[in-house]
Design a protein around this ligand. Structure first.
Ligand SMILES: [Zn+2]
Length: 232
């Protein structure tokens, strides 16, 4: 045993110390303001919270080591992914906040793993936690996609108001109607789109109700089309 220990010590001594040490010379110019480890650099991460009518701009500026900086980046970005979108202005601001953080995060790549201070005065760095793509909050990215998709869908299908002037024909089984050009045989022309049947004009011969339900089944919207006699 003693002999083995001596041999291993001899092998270690053959390797120059600056190659065997995992962090040869950590840059000790700056210390992390949270844990005191080095290397550290000054960095800024931002967050955003939309509050429908108001909004909050969040900012975290300081000198941090790689671990603490990564923890701040992930926390601020993760919260923004969920809280950022709620308001017209916030909806537009949030993508820029997310991009800002992605760029600011590159600063962390220049920092090696935090090394404790030589005099033992440093603490434990914050744990960076799970990467963003492994957090539940990443689904926040679907919020702008869903909104843009819904707007695109409304434009593509031409909102309810655009049905005015179109004519309707009952489908073969009578449970649904199709909107057609009024030059085709039809059962009536859409004269108005209203929220309640009582709002239809006096000469209305019938109504068609169209109900939209979002995929998750939470939002339901009903349009009522007032029908006038076949114009042809
Ligand atoms: Zn730190």
């Amino acid at each position: 045993m003693l002999r083995a220990a001596l041999e291993s010590r001899a092998v270690t001594e053959l390797i120059p110390s600056h190659l065997s040490s995992p962090v040869p010379h950590p840059d000790r110019t700056y210390r992390c303001q949270n844990c005191g480890c080095s290397p550290a650099a000054e960095m800024t991460f931002r967050g955003h919270r939309g509050l429908i009518l108001a909004m909050q701009f969040l900012k975290e500026k300081g000198t941090y080591c790689r671990s603490c900086g990564l923890a701040i980046f992930r926390t601020m970005t993760s919260r923004t992914l969920v809280q950022g979108w709620w308001g017209w202005a916030s909806f537009l601001i949030t993508p820029f906040i997310l991009l800002y953080n992605l760029f600011a995060r590159r600063k962390l790549n220049n920092l090696t793993e935090p090394a404790p201070a030589l005099d033992g005065s440093s603490g434990t760095p914050w744990s960076p936690g799970k990467p963003l793509h492994q957090r539940v909050t990443i689904v926040g990215l679907l919020i702008p996609l869903a909104v843009v998709g819904a707007i695109g869908y409304a434009i593509a299908t031409g909102g309810a108001e655009n049905k005015v002037g179109q004519c309707v024909v009952a489908s073969a089984d009578g449970t649904d109607v199709d909107f057609v050009d009024c030059s085709e045989p039809n059962q009536g022309v859409v004269t108005k789109v209203v929220d309640s049947e009582s709002q239809c004009p006096a000469d209305t011969i019938g109504v068609v109700e169209e109900t939209y339900t979002s995929r998750r089944g939470r939002l339901t919207n009903t349009d009522i089309y007032c029908l006038g006699p076949d114009p042809s």
